[in-house]
Write a protein that binds this ligand. Sequence first.
Ligand SMILES: C[S@@+](CC[C@H](N)C(=O)[O-])C[C@H]1O[C@@H](n2cnc3c(N)ncnc32)[C@H](O)[C@@H]1O
Length: 225
Amino acid sequence: MERVIPSYGRKRSHGLSDTQKRNLADLSELHGICLPAEIIHPRELFSNRFDKIIAEIGFGNGERLINHAILRPDIGFIGCDPFENGVANALKLIRNHDLKNVKIFNGDARFLMEKLQDNSLSRLYVLFPDPWRKKRHHKRRLLSTEFISLLLSKMTADGILTVATDHEDYMLNILENLKNIPNTLFCNEINRLFQRPACLLPTKYEQKAAAMGKKSYYLRIYMPS
Ligand SMILES: C[S@@+](CC[C@H](N)C(=O)[O-])C[C@H]1O[C@@H](n2cnc3c(N)ncnc32)[C@H](O)[C@@H]1O
């Protein structure tokens, strides 16, 4: 990827205290991911050899990711987010629950995804990515044709990419982008966009949208079998 336009708004919402900073540094050492120099299989990031690896991109405060990881100790989870306060929260939850199956990349997922082997992730979640409402900001939207293609190349043959947003315009934009990726995938019919997969907990932004009476859209993208 040549030039990467930032797809996130801010990297921190408030300054971290000295203790939080120390915790972040110590916990990052244990549970953080450094951008690999070479292409790796994501399994190599864990001391356990997990058969399946799931990645969540833009996990926010990390509660959904951590909950999923608690429910599935047999699966390795990778969370990516440049938002430091959310990363600090996720790392704290990993420590509190003594989880051995979660690794956190505090950075732009586009850089990490490029370093992962193709056909290596069984599930990918991009839930409520920053919508960048104004037309002049649309170029900052994370789910470009290029990035969706990259994500699909990282999925195993039976992999699923789940995308959610409460912005109809963004969802329509994603569906348009999917048309530019011929013969590599098919996606659910539009009438299934409105169902949250039962296995997913609501994220903070989904709950916010629901509290405001806004509808959330879900899309599950598969590779053709
Ligand atoms: C609107 S928030 C949604 C957070 C969470 N998924 C939720 O639903 O509550 C979008 C998140 O995506 C993250 N994000 C934006 N661009 C990203 C990127 N290139 N890689 C990883 N995360 C990114 C932001 O930092 C932010 O935490």
